[in-house]
Design a binder for this molecule. Sequence first.
Ligand code: SF4
Length: 67
Amino acid sequence: MKVKLDKNLCVGCGLCEENLPEVFRTGDYTAELKKDELPDDMKTKIEEIIEDCPADAISISETSAES
Ligand code: SF4
């Protein structure tokens, strides 16, 4: 599962970092991803954060392609 962050939408509220600091970090104006490839067992947690993000800046995509 890949997580994406649209910095053009992010308002830098810091909520995602507060909820999941191992994945998100709040930079000067927007959040940043510390990592974008996440294990599937984090999906529920990420979905909660997507719900909570006031800017709808976070999304996930399933990665079915094996590399
Ligand atoms: S919760 Fe959304 S708007 Fe807030 S810092 Fe994270 S990505 Fe940006």
